[in-house]
Design a protein around this ligand. Sequence first.
Ligand code: HPA
Length: 262
Amino acid sequence: MPRGGEAKIAIIGGTGFEEVLEGAREIRVGTPYGFPPKLIVGEVSGREVVLLARHGPGHEFPPHKVNYRANIWALKALGVERILATNAVGAINLDIKPGDIVIPHDIIDFTRSRDQTFYEGPEVVHIDVTEPFCPELRSVLVEVARSKHPRVHDKGVIACTEGPRFETPAEIRALRVLGADLVGMTISPEAFLARELEMCYASICFVSNMAAGVQDRLTATEVLEMASKLREVVRAILVEAIPRIPEERNCPCSRALEGARI
Ligand code: HPA
C-alpha cells in the first residue's frame, strides 16, 4: 500500500473547484496503474486538500475510461485519508427533483468493464461494504448541505451504470424496482477502491435530471448546465465541510482490511 503525506483530504469531482484552494500548486503522481490527471494541492481553512478532476482537466475521459485505480492509488500515496466526491446523477425516485442534493448511503453496481479491485491475487481480499460510504463524512456533509441548500436528501441508493450512454426507460423501471433512488456512472468502483485502501469516502450527489422515461429526453447539455448552476452551492458545502471533519478518524473505514484477507 502506498504512503505519503501531502494532503489528508481529497475532493474528487468536476473542474471548477480550484478557486477554493489557497496556495494551489499542480503535482503529478505516478502509480503502478499509470498516471492520474494532474492533481492540485492547496489549503482550505488551514487543512491540506488535494483536488482531482476524475474526467481529466478537459473532460476527456468518459466514465467507463476513468483510471479509477490510478486516481485512488495516487491519493493514498499523497497521504489522503478522506475523500469527498461530487457526482452528477439522474433521479429515479420521484420525490427527488433536478437541483436537489443527495448524500447517498448505499450503492447498486451495474458497471461491467472496469477494474474493480487492487487485489488481483495472489493476495486475496474481500472488503466489507455493509456501509459503503463513510458514516462520519456523511453526517458532516448532511449537516452542512442542509444549512446551504433548501432541498437536501440525507440518504439514497445510487445505482451505477456503465455508460457512456444514458439508460433506457426499461432499465430505469428495473432499477426502481430494485430500490435505486438515483443513477450515475462514476460512483463505482471509486467508492470501493477507496475502501480497499482504508480511505473514507462520501459523495455529494447533485441531481441534474429525472431519469430516462420519467422526463422526455436526456441530454449531456442539461447535465453540464445543472453542474454549473449548482457549482457554487457544492463549493460552499465543501468549503464549510472540510474544517468540520474531525482530525482523528472514528469510523470503521480505517480498519477495512482487518479480517478481510484470505
Ligand atoms: N443517468 C446516468 N448518469 C447520469 C444521469 C442519468 O440520468 N444524469 C447525470 N448522470
